[in-house]
Design a protein around this ligand. Structure first.
Ligand code: NI
Length: 395
């Protein structure tokens, strides 16, 4: 049967998968700068005998494995390869050798697992129909995101991709488990920048100046009604401000105050309207106090949609591979992911792989300096990806 053959191979290549992950972990590269990472992936694909195209839209790599009757159907598996601007504090022997850069989102694991899945599928190519495309995508962590470039480079064409699978580690989920959710799964995210301009001056003479600090405060408070009063009650929405810079003094009100935040939701129509409301409320609040609010919104990733049919196939495939008891149906998440761009173009499924292990003390969250994974999950993930790819080709 196919599952034991995949499991035998993911076990046989487990040490190699771990070594690949550790190498990538030790030498992380920031978004749009993944030259050495891409070289490493290319070298491994070459070693495994898999043909590929390098330098796709930058440091992206697209590999292709043709099975029997390769024109039958093509499905794509995607891994992201970039790291984050963070100082690592794990004290692992293979912890980051690059100051201020860390694989704190598990993209090292994604890359290592996809390499092994590719190797397994390549060895089994005489036993399946269709084509499998392997997309190693750069720059997931930084707007505008590498996915847009990959799409513009035609990654879904030649041959045309009929569905796409992505996988992401999830430390809240124990190693050995996998999480799924059909429908809208991860939020859209837009970056809000508001500059309040006015005539600052002596704090003792508020009647003669614009109090830009008070105006900025009113804007932050006023914008709360976007979520509480204007958002459709059944659409999850978050508007958070994490940066508020008023660089005056005890007795100096500055000419300018900067407000920065993030707007996240699950409905593209409401997203568009919500952004208009943010602009209007900020501008009008400032105008009422005789100042100006200059608002720019940097559009981020759209809503990530898990196609219900593709997700049902992936979930039942995972249940066969891991056992029913290891399948978790997840809640929607307010985090964002540029896999969403693909999910807007082709039926897609984004899987979350359990990588936590409380008994080993592996519990740190994504994007933290102590983030780590239970490496046993690499064996689970590489086999699971290969199996789900075959099941999608079969359907
Ligand atoms: Ni990530």
């Amino acid at each position: 049967m196919v599952i034991p053959r995949i499991k035998e191979r993911s076990a046989r290549y487990f040490r190699e998968t771990v070594n690949n992950r550790r190498h990538l972990h030790q030498y992380p590269e920031l978004s749009f700068q993944e030259a050495k990472t891409a070289e490493f992936i290319a070298a491994k694909l070459t070693e495994y005998g898999i043909s590929f195209t390098p330098n796709v839209a930058g440091h992206g790599i697209v590999a292709v494995i043709e099975g029997q009757n390769p024109t039958d159907k093509c499905i794509a598996l995607r891994a992201d390869i970039d790291a984050l601007p963070l100082n690592e504090h794990t004290h692992l022997p293979y912890s980051s050798a690059h100051n201020g850069v860390m694989h704190a989102c598990g993209h090292d694991a994604h890359t290592a697992m996809l390499l092994t899945a590719a190797r397994i599928l390549f060895e089994m190519k005489n036993h399946f129909n269709g084509t499998i495309k392997l997309i190693f995508q750069h720059a997931e962590e930084k707007l505008p995101g590498g996915a847009l470039g990959m799409l513009a480079a035609g990654v879904l064409e030649n041959p045309a991709v009929s569905c796409m699978i992505g996988l992401h580690v999830l430390p809240e989920l124990e190693s050995g488990k996998a999480g799924f959710r059909p429908g809208p799964f991860m939020a859209s995210g837009d970056e809000i920048n508001i500059r309040v301009h006015g005539k600052g001056g002596h704090a003792a003479m508020p009647d003669q100046i614009n109090d830009t600090v008070l105006i900025a405060s009113q804007i932050v408070v006023g914008l709360q009604q976007v979520v509480s009063r204007m958002a459709p009650p059944l659409v999850p929405t978050v508007l958070s401000f994490g940066r508020l810079i008023a660089d005056g003094a005890h007795n100096v009100i500055p000419n300018e105050v900067l407000i920065q935040g993030t707007f996240r939701t699950f409905d593209e129509n409401w997203r568009k309207k919500g952004k208009e409301l943010i602009v209007n409320i900020a501008q009008q609040t400032a105008a009422a106090a005789g100042a100006i609010a200059e608002v720019t919104i940097d559009s981020g990733y759209p809503v990530l949609i898990n196609d219900p049919h593709i997700t049902t196939i992936a979930t039942s495939a995972a249940a066969e591979f891991l056992g029913n008891e290891n399948i978790v149906i997840l809640d929607q998440r307010m985090t964002t992911e540029d896999f969403a761009w693909y999910s807007q173009k082709v039926p897609a499924c984004f899987i979350r792989l359990g990588t936590g292990n409380a008994s080993k003390g592996i519990t740190a969250g994504l994007h933290t300096p102590t983030f780590d994974i239970d490496e046993n999950s690499l064996e689970t993930g590489s086999g699971l990806l290969a199996w789900i790819a075959l099941k999608q080709l079969d359907n």
